[in-house]
Structure formats: structure tokens, C-alpha cells
Design a protein around this ligand. Structure first.
Ligand code: ADP
Ligand code: MG
Length: 375
């Protein structure tokens, strides 16, 4: 689809990716997470067109576009279109104020790297349309309808964290989010003299989507078993360390490993929040290492590339901690590295990774940043 060269937007929206400092796979188990938006983002340009129902989209990165009529929204065979169509579908359920518009999408966010380009895509679109057409949606409406779009049109049963972080973040803060009540606390974070360095493994083993849904089912199976003795338990969020230990050897070992990871990971999120508040980055780093151990051995959503990079950091005294972030099977690792050693660390990690996997590592710093904004 050709897109006009002289595209002068009515509205420009920046929609960031996010990192989750700690609390992996806890969101759909209604536990705790500690995410923040990052500086890397997707930029949307919107312009109303004269039509009542024709919407034109163009992704600059893909060099592809498509057109859709608002009264003919249906899932597409093209994956990326579904993030957009899903959002339109959810908005149309809530309002009849939407009209035709043109939209370009330009991304500085690597896709499928655990930085949640998907939520940035959904939320940026919803946020922009809300403003462009005066839809009176709250930020929380935008978060929830974007999550719903991913469930219904994309088919990933994601939790709420990615959308929440993309929209609600504040610069210099991380969000302690309770995924059950959706209560949240903005926690100021002081990383200096350390840096948060992301290492992109550049692999995204395509197990991620199917295994994600499998993990979700395994956790639900665990809850059903625990519920027999503890009827008050409705999710792994309600299970404490002592309770889960009762099931060691008394439950399918795979289900036990999954559940025990989630229970301890929830605990780690709360400890990490305290460590950040006390400016105890050393403790925070140790928690990251423990989290990766669980991700790799108990939840089994790591991969050789991520494990290699996390292990590699352990020989550096000035790296406080590291772990794979995101849904798993690749993507990025988060590393807390002293600023004086960051360049050397990146150089040596890149060389070692190249030798081990013949892949050029990509490294970049992330800083806790603001959520979706209008430019
Ligand atoms: P992540 O959210 O970790 O980046 P996902 O697999 O959840 O990984 O989402 C990535 C998908 O989102 C891509 O495969 C694509 O369908 C869609 N997407 C992300 N960014 C863009 C973009 N700039 N243009 C079009 N589609 C995009
Ligand atoms: Mg995603």
C-alpha cells in the first residue's frame, strides 16, 4: 500500500517498550512485578482522513501497510496486523466515535526481544486514537483493552504488566505492580554509579508462544491441587513458601518446579523493591541471579544463549547481577554493571558470545523512563 509522502500528522505519540527488573511470569499468576518503561519506543503519527471508516496503516520498519474498514474488522492472516485490528475491535466495543484515519508506525524497539514491542504497538495506537477522537478512555481502559486485544486477536494470553508499564511508567521510577488488585506504587530508583545494560541474545526461539501457554496451564494445574487442601487459594499469588514446600515430592515434579518458582519469584520482587528503596544494589543484584537460576532450572524458559551470558557476568566483580528478561527462550538479559567497567564488559561479552554462538551481540543501556506520551 502506498502511503502519502507529505504526511503531516495531527498527532504524534511515543509509546515505549519496557523492561521488568524482576518478577517473571508472575503477572498471569496474579503476583508482583517491577517494570519500567525504557527510552526505546515506537512512534505513531496519526492524521484524520476524510473517510468515515477507512483506516490506513503503514509500518516503516516493515515497509508494509494495510487498509481496513471500521465496519469490517476481523482477524488477519498477517500476524502484526492483528495487534492493530485487535485494538480497533476493542475500541469499537466501547465507543462509536472512531472515524477514518491514517497512521504511520516507526519503531526503535527490537521485536521479539522481551522489550514488549507488542504492548508498545497496542497501547500507542489506543492512546493516540483516544486523543485524536476524544474517546474519553482512561489510561487504565487503554491498558486493559490493549491486553484484551492481544488475547483475542493475537492469541497470546498475556498478563497485564507489559501494557501497564508501557502506559503508566514515570521517569526515574520502577512500578511495583500488584497484578491481582492492580494497585501500584511508583518506586524511585537510583542506579548510578551502576548502569542497566541489556544484552540482546538476538535469538527468539519460537517455542515462546506455545510454551507460554503451557506454563500458564501448568500453574493452573498446581493451583487446583493446592486448592484441595487450601480452598482459599485462587492463584499462586495466594501460596506462601511454607505451603508450597509441603508439595515437594507430593506433586508432579514439573508442576511443583513451576509453582515453586512462581512463589519464590513473588517473594523476590518484594525483596527487590525493598533493596531498591534502601539503595542496596548489591542485594538487588543477588536477587537477579537467583531469579535467573529459577527461570532456567525450575521454570525452564531460558536457553543456552541466555544462560551463557548470565554465567559470563559472574567473573566480573563489578557486575552485581544479571538475568534473562521477558517471556523467555532468548531476548535480552539485564545486567547491573558498574559504569567504569561497562564498556569493557560489553566488549568482552560480545567477543565471548561471538565465539560461542557466532552471533553479534547487541548491547544498550536502559534508563527508567516515562510511559506513553503525546509529543
Ligand atoms: P515483544 O513484545 O517481546 O517485542 P512479541 O512477539 O510479543 O515480542 O511482539 C512482537 C510482534 O509485534 C512482532 O512480531 C510484530 O507482529 C509486532 N510488532 C512490533 N513492532 C512492530 C512494528 N514496528 N511494526 C509492525 N509490527 C510490529
Ligand atoms: Mg510481547
Amino acid at each position: 500500500m502506498a502511503f502519502p509522502d507529505n504526511f503531516t500528522p495531527d498527532l504524534v505519540v511515543d509509546s515505549p517498550g519496557r523492561i521488568n527488573l524482576i518478577g517473571e511470569h508472575t503477572d498471569y499468576n496474579l503476583g508482583y512485578v517491577l517494570p519500567t518503561a525504557i527510552e526505546k519506543k515506537i512512534t505513531f503519527k496519526f492524521k484524520k482522513n476524510n473517510s468515515n471508516k477507512q483506516c490506513n496503516f503503514y509500518s516503516l520498519g516493515f515497509n508494509k501497510g494495510f487498509a481496513v474498514q471500521l465496519d469490517k474488522i476481523a482477524p488477519s492472516a498477517v500476524e502484526w496486523e492483528n495487534y492493530i485490528l485487535g485494538v480497533l475491535n476493542e475500541i469499537l466495543k466501547r465507543t462509536d466515535k472512531l472515524r477514518g484515519f491514517d497512521c504511520t508506525i516507526e519503531s526503535k524497539l527490537p521485536m521479539g526481544s522481551g522489550l514488549s514491542s507488542s504492548a508498545a504497538l497496542e497501547c500507542g495506537l489506543a492512546f493516540g486514537l483516544n486523543r485524536l477522537f476524544g474517546l474519553s478512555l482512561s489510561n487504565m481502559d487503554i491498558v486493559k483493552l490493549s491486553q484484551r486485544a492481544e488475547h483475542t486477536y493475537v492469541g497470546t494470553q498475556c498478563g497485564i504488566m507489559d501494557q501497564f508499564a508501557s502506559v503508566m511508567s514515570r521517569q526515574g521510577h520502577v512500578i511495583l505492580l500488584d497484578c491481582q488488585s492492580l494497585e501500584h506504587q511508583q518506586i524511585p530508583i537510583q542506579i548510578a554509579p551502576y548502569k542497566m545494560i541489556m544484552l540482546n541474545t538476538k535469538v527468539s526461539h519460537n517455542l515462546a508462544s506455545s510454551e507460554y501457554n503451557t506454563r500458564k496451564r501448568e500453574c493452573e494445574a498446581g493451583v487446583q491441587i493446592i486448592k484441595e487442601r487450601y480452598p482459599e487459594v485462587n492463584s499462586l499469588r495466594d501460596v506462601d513458601t511454607a505451603m508450597i514446600q509441603e508439595y515437594e515430592g507430593n506433586m508432579d515434579p514439573t508442576i511443583y518446579s513451576r509453582c515453586s518458582f512462581i512463589v519464590t519469584e513473588n517473594q523476590r520482587v518484594l525483596e527487590a523493591k525493598e533493596a531498591i528503596q534502601e539503595n542496596d544494589l548489591k542485594r538487588f543484584g543477588e536477587l537477579l541471579y537467583q531469579a535467573h537460576e529459577g527461570i532456567s532450572k525450575d521454570y525452564e524458559v531460558s536457553c543456552p544463549e541466555s544462560d551463557f551470558l548470565v554465567d559470563f557476568t559472574k567473573k566480573y566483580e563489578m557486575v552485581l547481577g544479571a538475568r534473562q528478561t521477558g517471556g523467555g527462550f532468548g531476548g535480552c538479559t539485564l545486567n547491573i554493571v558498574h559504569k567504569d567497567q561497562a564498556d569493557q564488559f560489553i566488549k568482552e561479552a560480545s567477543a565471548a558470545y561471538k565465539e560461542a554462538f557466532n552471533i553479534d551481540l547487541e548491547a544498550f543501556e536502559v534508563k527508567p523512563s516515562a510511559g506513553t506520551t503525546i509529543r
